[in-house]
Design a protein around this ligand. Structure first.
Ligand SMILES: Nc1ncnc2c1ncn2[C@@H]1O[C@H](COP(=O)(O)OP(=O)(O)O)[C@@H](O)[C@H]1O
Ligand SMILES: Cc1cn([C@H]2C[C@H](O)[C@@H](COP(=O)(O)O)O2)c(=O)[nH]c1=O
Ligand SMILES: [Zn+2]
Length: 195
């Protein structure tokens, strides 16, 4: 479990990245950390990409219906404008943000803000997703979570797309994706190639 670093002396910011496949618990972990921030009476702002309207237009919502209030935004630079006077910034679905998200997170951390980012490390092909590799490279703390493979019950590494649609961005949940281990993922990918 992630334990917040102790704070002493001059206030310093840092970047935490929570990554993993779909259903691995990224949003639950983000909400858990942010609720603790609120309990500590710190000022927090939470952002998500406006395109993510799966469960709710504004709230960040987990697959288990845990929720926390957030602001949907189209452009990552908006975070710098809206997070002027806060202690902590939370960002969900970071894989969907534009190329500036890494600079935005670094700027926030330099302002002394704790930045907690959650996102998919890999897309449905098992390839790095959006700016997540860059965010992982600058992160001070990384938490990689795993779901359970729905085919064999082992640890799941990647999100298998059940439909024929291509294109990296395709919103969905259990109807469209299932978490799989590499072995089960590879078996069905190979079957797809044979069709
Ligand atoms: N195959 C699975 N493996 C693990 N958790 C699953 C699975 N299918 C459904 N879940 C549920 O998904 C929850 C995690 O949801 P969430 O935090 O929204 O994940 P993420 O943001 O990583 O997609 C788990 O607590 C569990 O109840
Ligand atoms: C693998 C994959 C996923 N997506 C979409 C599907 C969901 O709307 C989100 C991921 O949400 P979660 O909180 O991690 O469950 O991303 C996508 O657009 N493309 C993909 O390859
Ligand atoms: Zn498996």
């Amino acid at each position: 479990m992630f334990i917040e670093p102790s704070l002493s002396g001059e206030r310093r910011g840092w970047i935490e990245v929570i990554c993993g496949s779909m259903f691995s618990g990224k949003t639950e972990e983000l909400i858990r950390r942010l609720k603790r921030v609120k309990i500590a009476n710190l000022k927090v702002e939470i952002f998500k990409p406006a395109i993510d309207v799966r469960y709710d237009e504004s709230n960040v919502v987990s697959h288990d219906a845990n929720a926390i209030q957030s602001t949907p935004i189209d452009n990552s630079q908006t975070i710098l404008l809206l997070a002027q006077d806060v202690d902590v910034v939370g960002i969900d679905e970071a894989q969907f943000f534009d190329d500036e998200i890494m600079n935005v997170c670094q700027t926030l951390a330099l302002r002394g803000i704790r930045v907690i980012v959650a996102g998919l490390d890999m897309d449905y092909k098992g390839h790095p997703f959006g700016q997540m590799p860059n965010l992982l490279s600058i992160a001070d703390y990384i938490t990689k979570l795993h779901a359970i493979c729905v085919k064999c019950g082992h640890i799941a590494n990647v999100s298998y797309r059940k439909t024929e649609e291509s294109g990296q961005v395709l919103l969905g949940e259990k109807n469209t994706y299932e978490p799989r281990c590499w072995k089960c993922f590879a078996e069905d990918e190979a079957a797809k190639q044979r069709i």
